[in-house]
Design a protein around this ligand. Structure first.
Ligand SMILES: Cc1cc2nc3c(=O)[nH]c(=O)nc-3n(C[C@H](O)[C@H](O)[C@H](O)COP(=O)(O)OP(=O)(O)OC[C@H]3O[C@@H](n4cnc5c(N)ncnc54)[C@H](O)[C@@H]3O)c2cc1C
Length: 350
């Protein structure tokens, strides 16, 4: 049964919970706040579906391009670009989808900004909440089922998640759907929700107020500062960058509170799972200083569906052809594994 899966293999995608025909699978957290499957043996009928479809125990094959088209891109709308994590390409794709009556599925913060989960949306208000990276694990319980329900009703769906979440959705569905469009991003690895809560609660104590808004990789001091910006209910503001914020340092330098399996990710490879993949175009050459401040996306078009998607927003974005070599200069985590450097267990104990 899937609850025997090793802790350094399980991605926490929660797809096994959705696919179990008897609802026998739940999730519990370990000392590090990461969730893993548990099985209620009274409900389990030993059908084996959870293990057979698990994207961590079985590599999910993809028929996408081995050699995708590579672009540097950003939205022409400066406000959207400022509010997005990289170049705002996600926003433009999702906006096109909403305008044409489709559904978007992605990750939102909870109202108190202490957790994140995947939701289905179809309005600009939903898009405002979904845009922006949340650098800790999003709860995807139930989302695979909801996507299937939409597809069965012939709705068009744009799903965005980590590569392993996209692989999980493909495994859950078991076949391709013409109406489903998949997006993922270059993913260094996903952090423990428990470490994130500790970080937020520590700041709430320090500022003697609850959090009103969190922006990770805020561009207030430029894209490259990787700053976290937090506004509290008492209107005080926290703004620290990659050199001064412990959360960002723990993630970028030590990989200290990342999920353990992210050191052995199966999906840092090509062909990619999604129709389009994006990321930060770190180290890009030949762009202006202003563009470095505002954020530049790398875009991989991995399928003909992806090509079709990108064509729909061509008027809204600046797009230039680049190469895979250009991307690898500044983005080691496209293929490379993030190795944990610090004493992870001690960190969580403290
Ligand atoms: C955990 C994490 C690690 C990343 N690592 C890298 C990296 O090493 N190199 C790199 O170049 N880029 C990385 N990225 C991607 C980058 O931060 C941007 O998200 C991406 O370039 C898209 O930018 P955008 O401006 O187009 O859109 P944005 O508006 O930033 O995109 C938001 C989309 O990302 C999804 N999303 C946000 N947070 C999560 C989450 N926690 N789980 C699942 N989906 C989420 C949302 O649902 C939404 O669809 C990472 C992102 C995340 C969330």
């Amino acid at each position: 049964m899937v609850d025997k899966i090793k802790k350094d293999i399980c991605t926490g995608c929660k797809m096994c919970g959705d696919i179990c025909p008897t609802g026998a699978i739940g999730f519990s957290t370990e000392y590090d706040g990461c969730w893993y499957p548990t099985v209620d043996t009274k409900k389990c009928i030993n059908c084996g579906l959870c293990e057979r479809q698990c994207p961590a125990l079985n590599y999910i094959e993809s028929i996408n391009f081995d050699d995708p088209n590579v672009y540097a891109a950003w939205t022409k709308d400066d406000k959207i670009r400022f509010d997005s994590t990289s170049g705002g390409i996600y926003y433009e794709l999702a906006s096109y989808f909403i305008n044409s009556g489709g559904y978007i599925v992605g990750c939102v913060f909870s109202d108190d900004y202490k957790s994140a989960k995947h939701v289905v949306g179809r309005t600009y208000k939903d898009l405002q909440a979904i845009m922006g990276s949340k650098y800790f694990q999003s709860d995807t319980a139930g989302i695979y089922k909801r996507v299937l329900e939409l597809l069965k009703r012939n709705e068009r769906v744009l799903f965005c998640g980590t590569p392993c979440q996209v692989a999980a959705l493909r495994a859950y569905l078991g076949r391709e759907y013409e109406n489903l469009y998949l997006l993922d991003f270059i993913c260094k690895g996903i952090n423990s929700p428990k470490a994130y809560i500790a970080y937020i609660e520590e700041l709430e104590q320090k500022y003697k107020s609850t959090v009103k808004c969190v922006r990770q990789k805020s561009k207030k001091t430029g894209w490259q500062s990787l700053a976290t910006n937090i506004i509290f209910e008492n209107n005080k503001e926290y703004h620290k960058d990659r050199y001064t914020d412990w959360w960002i340092q723990g993630y970028t330098c030590g990989n200290l509170f990342m999920r353990q399996n992210c050191q052995k990710c199966l999906y840092k490879s090509m062909p990619r799972q999604a129709d389009i993949s994006f990321g930060d175009f770190w180290g890009i050459e030949g762009c202006s200083k202003v563009d470095y401040e505002k954020g530049i996306s790398v875009v991989f078009v991995n399928s003909s569906k992806g090509n079709k998607l990108l064509k729909n927003i061509k008027d809204k974005i600046h797009l230039e052809t680049r190469t895979l070599e250009d991307v690898l200069i500044g983005n080691p985590y496209l293929f490379g594994q993030a190795v944990q450097k610090g004493d992870r267990e001690r960190f969580f104990k403290l």
